[in-house]
Design a protein around this ligand. Structure first.
Ligand code: TYD
Length: 202
């Protein structure tokens, strides 16, 4: 059963659009679906999101705040929904911390693994849809964003590292991921999602 499904990818990969489509498709299947996001998902988490996206800070602070927001998110939203038998779709989860704070900023993965073990222990997504896209394509899609946040303002080499971080996560635990070629047209990506939906039990 795939109850906890996360959506990952670089800024500009289009994951949020695909998440909405996926949620609707599951609801049409009669599923009770909770859609949420990180950082955020709770009132406190959304306040932390504002700080994380706007305020300059050190690497450790950034990672700790991401996991603080996540602790709240799991306790208030994710675990209760899963216990009630709902499907939870989260726009990002801990893979983003490994990719952005770990590979992007250069924080050691051992540190992040400690935080992961502390904050969510054996709770892991049942399935992660990783929307993979070359950095140049992602940048083009973000080009008309007039108010880029602190992450979207980063340069190409940061995003190359983020992408490599996601690939490393997939390699470490391939059975959890569906890697989607998100450089393709919306229709083609939707076709890939339709195929995934047909194969999973929720
Ligand atoms: P996102 O929800 O993709 O923003 P948008 O509303 O623009 O689609 O993500 C916000 C940013 O937070 C994104 O640049 C990645 C970053 N992030 C991390 O660096 N670490 C994390 O653990 C998470 C969850 C997000």
């Amino acid at each position: 059963m795939k109850k906890f499904i996360t959506f990952e990818g670089m800024d500009g990969a289009g994951k949020s659009t695909h998440l909405s489509w996926f949620a609707e498709a599951l609801r049409r299947r009669g599923q009770d679906v909770v859609v949420t996001r990180e950082p955020g998902g709770t009132p406190l988490g959304e306040q932390l999101r504002e700080i994380l996206l706007r305020q300059a800070m050190g690497m450790d602070t950034e990672a700790l705040l991401m996991f603080a927001a996540r602790a709240e998110h799991i306790e208030q939203v994710i675990s209760p929904a899963l216990l009630a038998g709902k499907v939870v779709l989260s726009d990002r989860f801990s893979d983003a911390s490994f990719a952005y704070q770990g590979s992007g900023r250069g924080m050691g993965w051992e540190r992040l693994k400690q935080l992961e073990a502390w904050v969510h222990n054996d709770l892991q997504p049942d399935l992660t849809l990783f929307f993979d896209v070359p950095v140049e394509v992602a940048k083009l899609r973000l080009a008309n964003n007039t108010t880029p946040d602190r992450f979207e303002q980063e340069h190409g080499d940061f995003f190359q590292r983020v992408r490599a971080g996601y690939h490393r996560r997939v390699q470490e635990n391939p059975q959890r991921y569906a890697v989607i070629d998100a450089a393709q047209s919306l229709e083609k990506v939707t076709a890939q999602l339709t195929a995934i939906l047909a194969t999973i039990q929720t």
